[in-house]
Design a protein around this ligand. Structure first.
Ligand SMILES: Cc1ncc(C[n+]2csc(CCOP(=O)(O)OP(=O)(O)O)c2C)c(N)n1
Length: 348
């Protein structure tokens, strides 16, 4: 692992943490961001490392706790904050908010329907394979999402069709306020997945260097062999389930458990580690903090100054998009003169 890679991961961790904290800090009392927000503070590890192995044409399908993945897939912070303000300049014209954030420019999509990410990644990976593209689909859901029936349909199809998908489960122990132990009898998630004939592994730890080596192997294996892989990663959210407010006042998480995970904060851990290993790291760190602070201030200023969508924006855009899709569909069929024979899918 190169020094440049280590610093990139550290920068990613810091960017996600600082942007998320700024959203929490600035949400109230201004109340200009009016969408529910699922913060990923504490869970920055996977997106920060995954960033190094994603190509722009790889697609990333995220669950609702998506901001870290959005940023690490190259999403603009300005457009994301503007989206939360409901402004026209947002990623989705101010209509999606945090829960449905998407950014086709970098092939990033998210949604709030639990496990939608897995099922959409299946269709997307099939299209990639059918067109002989060398890209992969990456799908992330939580341990709660793993309890949806469609998880098993998606895994089964991905295995049977040998699709290039990296399935990731961020196991943060909770589905809203209910611990995994109260929801499932089995102790591990990743073990179950093996019975689908899918390679399945787990990473329990907070060391970006270790996760780097694991993800490096998985991504190259999925790219080369066109087969899915499932990775479970243990993690913990430091914020409430849905923010910006915390929810630990309800006492659903033991104080000892919170303290245990806070001691293993991936950002603090890596900051210390790099400080010991890299000469003059404190100078680089200061530079990064300054740079990120500017990104945040510019993003909020941009959002503040941006316009809200016009009154008929929703109606207009729906009609426009819908008519474009219909036109494209019919023109393709006419051009190709599709017959049953021509349309036979390639064997997988
Ligand atoms: C199909 C569906 N069922 C229920 C919900 C309501 N819901 C939203 S978040 C959530 C908990 C999700 O837990 P997990 O998947 O572990 O992700 P986390 O919030 O812990 O990151 C639930 C049940 C939903 N969004 N979609």
């Amino acid at each position: 692992m190169t020094l440049k890679e280590k610093l990139k991961i550290y920068y990613n961790l810091l960017l996600i943490r600082n942007v998320e904290e700024a959203i929490e800090d600035r949400y109230h009392p201004a109340d200009k961001m009016r969408c529910p927000i699922h913060m990923c503070i504490g869970q920055e590890l996977i997106p920060s490392v995954l960033n190094l192995f994603m190509k722009t044409k790889d697609s990333l399908w995220s669950h609702h706790r998506s901001h870290g993945y959005y940023m690490c897939k190259g999403g603009s912070v300005k457009e994301m904050i503007s989206e939360f303000y409901g402004k026209k300049t947002g990623t989705n014209g101010g209509l999606a908010g945090s829960q449905e954030l998407s950014y086709p420019k970098t092939n990033f999509y998210s949604g709030t329907i639990l496990c939608g990410a897995f099922s959409m990644a299946v269709g997307d990976a099939f299209s990639k394979k059918y067109k002989n593209q060398k890209n992969v689909a990456i799908a992330i859901i939580g341990d709660g999402g793993m309890e949806e029936g469609i998880v098993f349909e998606s895994l089964n199809i991905a295995s049977m069709m040998k699709l290039p998908i990296i399935f990731i489960c961020e196991n943060n122990l909770y589905s809203v306020h209910t611990n995994l132990k109260e929801r499932q009898n089995s102790k591990t998630i990743y073990q179950k997945i093996k019975s689908f004939g899918i390679k399945s592994s787990i990473y329990k730890g907070n060391d970006p260097d270790r996760l780097h080596d694991i993800l490096k192997k998985i991504t190259s294996d999925v790219r080369e062999n066109n087969k899915p892989h499932f990775l479970e990663v243990s993690t913990y959210r430091f914020s409430g389930h849905v923010g910006p407010e915390g929810d630990d006042q309800y006492g659903y998480r033991p104080k000892k458990e919170i303290a245990y995970w806070k001691k293993r904060d991936p950002l603090k851990y890596y900051e210390k580690k790099l400080d010991k290993k890299i000469k003059n790291f404190h100078i680089i760190n200061k530079k990064y903090k300054k740079k990120i602070n500017k990104i945040i201030n510019d993003a909020f200023n941009f959002a503040e100054k941006s316009q809200f969508p016009e009154k008929d924006y929703l109606k207009f855009n729906y009609q426009n998009t819908y008519s474009k899709i219909v036109k494209k569909f019919y023109s393709k069929n006419i051009q190709l003169n599709v017959s049953q024979k021509d349309h036979k899918p390639k064997p997988y």
